[in-house]
Design a protein around this ligand. Structure first.
Ligand SMILES: Cc1ncc(COP(=O)(O)O)c(C=O)c1O
Length: 408
């Protein structure tokens, strides 16, 4: 899966925020760490003045909860993903939980997911009353390995669905996973919480599986403060999810207080919806800026003894994180220390795989070992790639990483 990507299509004509690109590795002249003001942060949410007017109009209107702004945002996000329906939620975790409820998941069911993700991917399965079953990852893409999934499917008869995670902004191998799911009549719920706008062969995540969930937490490729959304082409799944996020309430009936099923309050606020519409307009620019920084890093870090991210042929990575892999855990720690000395933030996503989390100790399905996920957890390090990075900041990141390896 390490072929070069051919999907060079740009989402935006006006995302050229990078001035001149040095073609040579940076020298002390071009790196210019002395120009840096403050540290280079790992994330920097950009909710500009443009949304103030939208938010003000929500406040003026007084309909703060579940108002027309939420319905408008749902329509816009569904259109963006080329999905027929979208259901907004309070965050990505509640989106996953509600989607699993909409698929009818419950006690006695098991769902396969990745052990190398934010814990919410597996937590949602448990919160819906089912059992998460892990399968190992592809060590190059960090996403679910379809062969490992197939091996689990051969072993267990209680699997009702797959929950692949599009980690760091790269879609999982959906063609292979969808094929496995078709053979066994399973649902596929994409955890796209880190992958707004990612694509496979031109098709956007959010419309490749049976449903998908996104998070709008502030560090994500777009934000609503807190927020989430479910996209799907299935009217039935959308209706059930919509009902679940609103206490199982029916659309008509006894004064609007007819509750057809058990549900929760997972609703998005109108203010979040208004921010979401403004952010969605900027998402193509945000993603393009992330991709430009990633291309810059790929070029300038290519000769160093570390693995830069993979973008398989036909895939469009949206670099929620730009994550490198070092040769050893000690090397990862040393690189993080050098970056800190240059005032460059770095972060480890995730240093403990889910099956090794204390909260998962009691789960029998967590007892297995997943060597590729465990190795990734020991050796990955994410560098700043947010869309607000300046040229000086990007050069500083490259200089810090380069100096780490060349001054040893
Ligand atoms: C892969 C993944 N799944 C689920 C979530 C949960 O989203 P939220 O934090 O909005 O609940 C996140 C958020 O970090 C995530 O990264």
């Amino acid at each position: 899966m390490s072929e070069t990507n051919v999907d060079t299509e740009s989402e935006s004509d006006h995302a050229r925020r990078i001035d001149t690109e040095p073609t040579e590795p940076p020298t002390s002249e071009t790196a210019a760490t002395e120009e840096l003001e403050g540290s280079v942060s790992i994330a920097e949410p950009d909710v500009s003045d443009a949304v103030v007017e939208r938010v003000q109009s929500v406040i003026d209107g007084g309909g703060l909860a579940d108002g027309p702004e939420v319905r408008a945002f749902e329509d816009e996000f569904a259109t963006y993903c080329t999905a027929d329906h979208a259901v907004a939620t309070s965050n990505g975790t509640t989106a996953l939980h509600a989607a699993l409820e909409a698929f009818g998941v419950g006690e006695g069911d098991a769902v396969i997911t990745s052990p190398f993700s934010f814990v919410a991917s597996a937590n949602a399965i448990r919160l819906a009353g089912a059992t998460p079953v892990f399968a190992d990852i592809d060590p190059e893409t960090y996403t679910l390995d379809p062969d490992a999934v197939e091996a689990v499917l051969k072993r267990r008869s209680d699997i009702v669905g797959l929950l692949p995670v599009h980690l760091y902004g790269l879609a999982a191998d959906m063609p292979a996973l969808n094929a496995l799911a078709d053979d066994d009549d399973l649902f596929v719920l994409e955890d796209a919480c880190q992958a707004h706008g990612a694509r496979i062969d031109g098709e956007r995540v959010g419309s490749i599986g049976d449903a998908a969930c996104f998070s709008f937490y502030p560090t994500k490729n777009m934000t609503t403060g807190e927020g989430g959304i479910i996209t799907t082409d299935s009217k039935d799944v959308a209706q059930r999810a919509q009902q679940f996020v609103n206490h199982g309430r029916g659309q008509s009936g006894t004064g609007g207080y007819e509750h057809l099923d058990l549900g929760h309050n997972f609703r998005m606020t109108s203010i979040a919806g208004a921010i979401g519409s403004g952010q969605l307009e900027r998402l193509p620019d945000f993603n393009e800026a992330r991709r430009e920084t990633a291309a810059y890093y790929n070029e300038h870090l290519a000769e160093l003894p570390l693995e830069t991210p993979t973008e398989p042929r036909g895939y469009r990575h949206v670099y929620h994180q730009y994550t490198v892999q070092t040769d050893s855990p000690a090397e990862r720690d040393a690189l993080a220390e050098t970056l800190e000395a240059y005032d460059v933030d770095s972060a480890i996503y995730y240093d403990t795989p889910i099956h090794q989390q204390p909260a998962y100790e009691s789960l029998s399905t967590a007892a297995a070992s997943f060597p590729k996920a465990e190795r990734a957890a020991e050796t990955v390090l994410s560098l700043p790639v947010h869309p607000g990075l300046s040229d000086v900041e990007r050069r500083t990141v490259v200089k810090a990483v380069t100096d780490h390896y060349t001054s040893q």
